[in-house]
Design a binder for this molecule. Structure first.
Ligand code: NAP
Ligand code: MN
Length: 264
C-alpha cells in the first residue's frame, strides 16, 4: 500500500508527520506523494481540506484520514496519542471506507470563456466584489427568488458544521446526498423578498445562480478564494464523485457533533 502525509506545518504536526512516515516505512509501506492509496493529514480540518484539493483528481483511488493537533475536527478525528495505534491499523488491517457527498460548482462566463468546474468538500460561497450580491436563484430549472444581501453559501452535508452552521443552517448527516443553500444577511422588505430559511436540495436538483448586474464575484471553494468576471451563471449540485475516508473504528457523526460543539 502506498501512503502520503500532509501537515499543517507547525512543529507538532511536522514531528507527528515525520513519526508516521518512519513507522509506515518500517512496516514496509511505500511512500508515494503522487499516487497514494491513503493520505494521512496531520493538523486540523483545514489541513484535510488542503489534502482533499491536492488529491481531488484521484478521489476514487484515495482514502483520507485526519489527525488533529488542535481541537477535535470533523475530518481530523484522531488524537496525537493514538498515532501508534493508527499506524498499526493502517499497516496491518484492511480498513472500512465511508463516503461523503461533495458539491460540484460550475461557473459559466459570457464571452465564450471556458467554464470552470470545482469540487468542494465543505462549501462554495458567493459574494459580490462591489455592493450587495444580487442574483436570480433558479432551482431545478424554475425561477425561485431574487436574492439580495451579503452572499450565499452552498454546503455539503459534512461542510454543514462549518460556515453553514455560522449562518444558521442545519447540520446534515453525511449519509444524506444533498446540498444546503444558506443566506448571508438577505435584504427583506416590501420590495425585496427571499425565502429566509436554509434550503436542502436532494441529488439532481440543481441550483443555478444568475447575476442581475455586470459585477465581479468573489467565490470561495472551501479555503480557496477566486474572483470571476463576466459570470453568466454559477451552477451547484451534488457531485457524482465522493470523498472517501478510511475508518478504523466507529466515531459516529452525531458524537463528533456533540464533542465538537456541546461537551468533550
Ligand atoms: P479557518 O479560518 O482556519 O477555518 C475556520 C474554522 O472552521 C476552523 O476552526 C476549522 O477547523 C473549521 N472547520 C473547517 N471545516 C469544518 C467542518 N467541516 N466542520 C466544522 N468545522 C470546520 O480556515 P480553514 O481551516 O482553511 O477552513 C476553511 C473553512 O473555514 C471553510 O470551508 C469554511 O467552512 C470555514 N469558514 C467559516 C466561517 C465562519 O464560520 N464564519 C467563515 C469563513 C470560513 P480547523 O481549525 O481544524 O482547521
Ligand atoms: Mn484552519
Amino acid at each position: 500500500m502506498k501512503f502520503a502525509t500532509t501537515s499543517r506545518g507547525d512543529e507538532l504536526s511536522n514531528s507527528l508527520q515525520e513519526k508516521i512516515r518512519t513507522y509506515l516505512l518500517e512496516f514496509e509501506l511505500e511512500h508515494d506523494e503522487e499516487q497514494p492509496d491513503i493520505v494521512i493529514s496531520v493538523g486540523g480540518d483545514g489541513t484535510l481540506l488542503h489534502a482533499f484539493h491536492k488529491y481531488q483528481h484521484r478521489l476514487e483511488e484515495t482514502a483520507f484520514v485526519g489527525i488533529h493537533t488542535g481541537h477535535l475536527g470533523f475530518y481530523a478525528d484522531w488524537v496525537p496519542s493514538e498515532v501508534e495505534k493508527l499506524v498499526i491499523h493502517i499497516a496491518k488491517t484492511p480498513f472500512r471506507i465511508v463516503e461523503y457527498p461533495l458539491l460540484e460548482v460550475t461557473v459559466r462566463h459570457f464571452d465564450g470563456e471556458k467554464s470552470a468546474q470545482y469540487l468542494a468538500l465543505n462549501e462554495c460561497t458567493v459574494k459580490s466584489m462591489e455592493g450587495s450580491l444580487v442574483m436570480d436563484v433558479e432551482i431545478k430549472g424554475e425561477p425561485f427568488e431574487t436574492f439580495r444581501g451579503d452572499g450565499l453559501c452552498i454546503s455539503t452535508p459534512s461542510g454543514s458544521t462549518a460556515y453553514n452552521k455560522a449562518l444558521g443552517g442545519a447540520i446534515l448527516h453525511p449519509s444524506l446526498e444533498s446540498i444546503q443553500i444558506s443566506e448571508m444577511a438577505s435584504i427583506n422588505n416590501r420590495v425585496f423578498r427571499t425565502i429566509g430559511s436554509p434550503l436542502v436540495l436532494p441529488k439532481h436538483h440543481t441550483c443555478l445562480l444568475k447575476p442581475v448586474n455586470d459585477v465581479d464575484f468573489k467565490i470561495t471553494i472551501d479555503h480557496l478564494f477566486l474572483v470571476h468576471k463576466k459570470v453568466k451563471s454559477i451552477q451547484c449540485r451534488v457531485a457524482e464523485q465522493k470523498v472517501r475516508f478510511a475508518r478504523f473504528r466507529p466515531f459516529p457523526f452525531w458524537k463528533r457533533v456533540r464533542e465538537s460543539f456541546i461537551v468533550e
